[in-house]
Design a protein around this ligand. Structure first.
Ligand SMILES: *Cc1c(COP(=O)(O)O)cnc(C)c1O
Length: 384
């Protein structure tokens, strides 16, 4: 089966049949500055966790207006680190949204804790914090698509550890300031996978205002090693197991260079989103929930909803037209590795959304002509 992109007005046309969709749902923007930044590290003394990682962590903390940022080799590793730093373990439960990437729940399983799921709110597609049980040991609110969860709705009085999964939401803001400042959470986790708002190739980070948590996170990513120079310059102990989850200086240099462009990336994503809202208004579909007044959406995704009867044929039509639409996400309760006992009936809002969702392409380099083509093909697929 081959895919051929149709002609875009004013476009010379596709070179040949692309193996991957000509217009993906997400894509990195890497420029010569980024390339130079990475090349400079390759010519330097240090390739792994050294000065470039420290610089990246400092810049990320400044961007997020938070005290500490600890870089990891992926967002998944960062979530694992956060679950360990939270002290989660067997007999405890971590609650998250079923409408997320599996990694939001994997961090509970990695530490032997149970996964709890809480249905989404219809109006935001984010976890419905009013439905969270009061005895939760940890909560992982996911800022789905880049729309920040309203953490002022967190159940008061409990002693749950709150770990934001902000893999979609670097550059988003609420009335409390930038996502990542941990104004209402203990830790906040980012991913720098190429489809995310900025990239390091692979990478992630945890931000926190708690020096103790930052220290546990740093040890955990480096085998749990605790240097003991008073017993000899070579001496260290490993009192608690860790992993090798270090980010390299090569990756971090790309991250620092990308961070300088964060505002323009998020600005461009918002422009594309607004243009979709205009162009899609006449079509029989539901647009993604916008950011409330005073907040900024990061628009990692632009997930529309079409009728569940049409979703599969629309998906297939778009893919055949070379447009890499995707469904975010197959709900976590559908994966046996995470959820053995539940049924979709327990999560009616998530299940209904899942049957209808379709993420349209959104990334800084998406051109107006490409966007017009996406809208045209979508209208065709919907018979509108
Ligand atoms: C991408 C993503 C992650 C995992 O990040 P990686 O860097 O790919 O490991 C976690 N949670 C959510 C919601 C994500 O989208």
């Amino acid at each position: 089966m081959t895919r051929r992109r149709k002609a875009v007005p004013g476009d010379p046309g596709p070179p040949s049949v692309p193996a991957t969709p000509a217009i993906p749902y997400g894509h990195q923007h890497v420029d010569t500055e980024d390339v130079e930044a990475v090349a400079a590290v390759l010519r330097s003394v240090s390739l792994t966790t050294g000065p470039a990682v420290s610089t990246f962590e400092r810049r990320l903390a400044e961007t997020c207006e938070v005290d500490y940022a600890v870089a990891f080799s992926s967002g998944t590793a960062a979530l694992h680190g956060a679950a360990v730093a939270a002290g989660l373990g067997p007999g405890q439960t971590l609650y998250t949204s079923p409408l997320s990437f599996a990694a939001s729940a994997a961090c509970a399983v990695y530490v032997g804790a149970a996964v709890g799921l809480v249905d989404i709110a219809e109006s935001t597609l984010n976890i419905d914090l009013r439905k969270c049980p009061s005895g939760a040991n940890a909560l992982v609110p996911v800022h789905y698509a880049g729309l920040p969860v309203d953490l002022s709705l967190l159940p008061g009085g409990g002693d749950s550890i709150v770990i934001e999964d902000a893999a979609h939401a670097l550059g988003a803001r609420t009335a409390d300031g930038p996502v990542g400042n941990c104004a209402r959470s203990h830790m906040c986790v980012f991913s720098f996978h190429p489809v995310k708002v900025i990239t390091t190739g692979e990478g992630g980070a945890v931000t926190t205002n708690d020096a103790g948590l930052a220290e546990i996170l740093r040890r955990f990513r480096h085998h749990g090693i605790r240097p003991k120079p008073e017993l000899g310059g070579w001496y260290y102990e490993i009192p608690v197991l860790g992993m090798n989850y270090r980010l390299s200086d090569i990756h971090a240099a790309l991250g620092t260079s990308q961070l300088a462009k964060l505002e323009s990336f998020v600005g461009r994503r918002n422009e594309i989103a607004e243009r979709y809202r205009e162009l899609l208004r006449p079509l029989p579909l539901v647009l993604p929930p916008p950011a409330p007044v005073g907040a900024v959406h990061a628009y990692h995704l632009f997930p529309i909803r079409v009728s569940s009867d049409a979703r599969r044929s629309v998906f297939d039509h778009m893919r055949a037209a070379g447009i890499g639409v995707q469904v975010h996400y197959v709900p976590i309760y559908r994966h046996a590795a995470y959820w053995a006992d539940g049924t979709p009936d327990e999560f009616p809002n998530t299940e209904t959304a899942y049957q209808q969702l379709l993420s349209l392409p959104i990334y800084p380099d998406l051109s107006d002509a490409e966007q017009d083509y996406v809208v045209h093909e979508l209208a065709t697929a919907l018979g509108a």
